[in-house]
Design a protein around this ligand. Structure first.
Ligand code: ARG
Length: 558
């Protein structure tokens, strides 16, 4: 249930009754003493009609029909309205349910997109995790999400890798270590002029569809892709081979892109290369090199065309590092100028900052190399398992491992998701695994407390599932928090900021702890006991729902 919309629609009806217009602008309040929600739109509406904001607010309060949801509707200077929701209304909220969006869209989510020449490294983590969360969130709101893993499977590096592979004649064995394979091929490439020339030729052969190169390339891509799949599976990321639509898929469409741009007179030749110049900044977008080769931007333009025309996208979201901001600005503008975007599909670069280590430097190995993902994930699991065993020394190793796996992965994902993505972010083991603060362990711990409370109570679930009217302020505030889920998810679906959902889950867990620590639950007369257990149960459902949108599994013990 979307509480904000409900309040807004009543207020806007009241506006109309007294001859005003404008959005109600409903926000949650920071001071619960005054109310739970605040209406900010009165002042603008009054101003438009040349009326005094204080008198107008009073009139809106009189005209608004809020009795069925609020116990208190009050005026605050200079023209605000504060609203406190009634316990009866809060009882009508069904925990963890989301209303489908009023207009369902086809939304392409472009995320993860590693370069397949190498193993996945930390540089791919943010796109993979954040993009996956937004894909889940949009799906939960009823949109048709089309995941696109725009993998780098077509660059010039493949010439070098294929030539090296052909020379070895025993590809499959060595490919098990992609990183090493790449390093050796590159060494050879840098030292051996003949190898370099053959590599160049191999790219040409590959891109024009010669069978020898295509076959070797296919083998290489399979090995590299299955390595990505292992990571996705481990991270509980919802990408599989059906979502892979890499750069190579657009090979045949590239000449048409150039034709389209030429037809609109957008192309200028500079040093033999086909370029598009922009007034607002000097660096041009190169579309085709002087030797005829196409570039990253050409492929992205073909992808925009395909996504708009074939996938019928209403929105296309790109989860890519903010260092590519100029690239996206340019290709979006070119797509519009070239007429590739006839229905004004919304093209959105959901940029994110770089992952840094605890001294604020880019996250690298001691030798200066990129940190590979699999070892990082394993380290998180190891650390989390260790903590579980410390806290539960008698727990069977097998159980501890299972919990450690879920918590460790949750910790890595949550640490990333809980930060505003536009900033750089510091990767800090101690912080992400801490049981205190806005962390996965804190929230998962709140969840386990609820589960153990319910198990100890032995209360039948069907009774706990019934909606109850909260009594007293700590119960009411917890129910209020439970009711906010849908509003938050809506905002995340629109803006693509997972940290808003994390902040919400943290606030909900904190409210739960306050409730849990201040109210006796099990040692109570039956009616009170059932009511409090029901509220705890609803909290658990809401936490689980929210975590599932983040791509995080729950545990029942920690
Ligand atoms: N493979 C690219 C990289 O590693 C990211 C691709 C992002 N998606 C896109 N449509 N350009 O930088």
């Amino acid at each position: 249930m979307k509480i904000k919309d409900l309040i807004a629609s009543e207020i806007e009806k009241a506006f109309v009754t007294i001859g005003l217009s404008g959005p109600a602008l409903v926000k949650t309040t920071s001071n619960p003493e005054l109310g739970d929600y605040q209406v900010n739109g009165v002042m603008a509406a009054a101003k438009k009609a040349n009326l005094r904001p204080d008198e107008t607010a009073q009139k809106v309060i009189e005209a608004a029909k809020l009795d069925h949801i609020a116990t208190k509707v009050s005026y605050a200077k200079p023209g605000f309205i504060n609203i406190q929701l009634s316990p009866e209304f809060l009882a009508s909220i069904s925990a963890g349910t989301l209303e489908a969006a009023s207009e369902t869209m086809n939304i392409v989510v472009d995320y993860s997109a590693p370069n397949l020449a190498k193993e996945m490294h930390v540089g791919h983590l943010r796109s993979t995790i954040i993009g996956d969360c937004i894909a889940r969130t949009l799906e939960a709101k009823g949109h048709k999400v089309i995941r696109q893993n725009h993998v780098g499977d077509w660059g010039t590096q493949f010439g070098m890798l294929l030539t090296y592979m052909a020379d070895l004649e025993q590809d499959s064995l060595l490919l098990s270590d992609l990183e090493n394979f790449y390093r050796l091929a590159k060494q050879r490439f840098d030292l051996d002029a003949d190898f370099k020339e053959r590599s160049r030729q191999a790219v040409v052969n590959l891109q024009s569809g010669q069978s020898f190169e295509t076959e070797h390339w296919g083998k290489f891509i399979n090995v590299s892709m299955s390595h990505c799949q292992e990571i996705y599976k481990k991270l509980r990321v919802g990408l599989d081979n059906t979502h892979t639509f890499g750069e190579s898929s657009y090979n045949d469409a590239l000449p048409t892109v150039i034709e389209g741009l030429e037809a609109k007179n957008l192309i200028e030749i500079s040093d033999g290369a086909k370029c598009i110049f922009f007034e607002e900044n000097k660096s041009p977008l190169i579309i085709q090199k002087s030797d005829g080769g196409y570039l990253y931007a050409t492929t992205d333009l073909a992808a925009i065309k395909y996504r708009i025309k074939e996938l019928n996208a209403n929105r296309i979201l790109y989860f890519v590092d903010s260092r590519q901001s100029l690239h996206f600005k340019q290709i979006f503008s070119v797509a519009n100028l070239a007429g590739f975007n006839p229905n004004a599909t919304s093209l959105e670069h959901m940029a994110f900052g770089t992952m840094l280590n605890d001294d604020g430097k880019p996250f690298k190995t001691r030798e200066g190399g990129l940190i590979k993902l699999m070892p990082l994930i394993k380290e998180a699991i190891r650390r989390a398992t260790e903590t579980v065993l410390e806290k539960n020394p008698t727990m069977p190793k097998k159980d501890a491992l299972e919990i450690g796996e879920t918590v460790g992965i949750a910790a890595i994902k949550y640490a990333d998701l809980s930060k505003n993505r536009t900033n750089d972010y510091i990767f800090d083991w101690d912080q992400m695994l801490s049981l205190e603060g806005n962390t996965a362990p804190y929230i998962l711990y709140a969840y386990t407390r609820i589960q153990s409370l319910i198990a100890r109570s032995a209360e039948p679930i069907n009774i706990l599932e019934e909606c109850v009217i909260p009594e007293g302020e700590s119960e009411r505030l917890l129910c209020l928090e439970i009711g906010k889920l849908d509003d938050v998810v809506d905002q995340v679906a629109l803006e693509g900021f997972p940290h808003l959902l994390c902040n919400y889950l943290y606030a909900l867990s904190t409210r739960f702890s306050q409730f849990y620590e201040n109210s006796e639950i099990l040692n109570q007369p039956q009616k009170t006991k059932t009511r409090r257990l029901s509220i705890a149960y609803a909290t658990g459902i809401t936490l689980k729902k929210g975590l599932s949108l983040l791509g995080i599994d729950t545990v029942t013990k920690m």
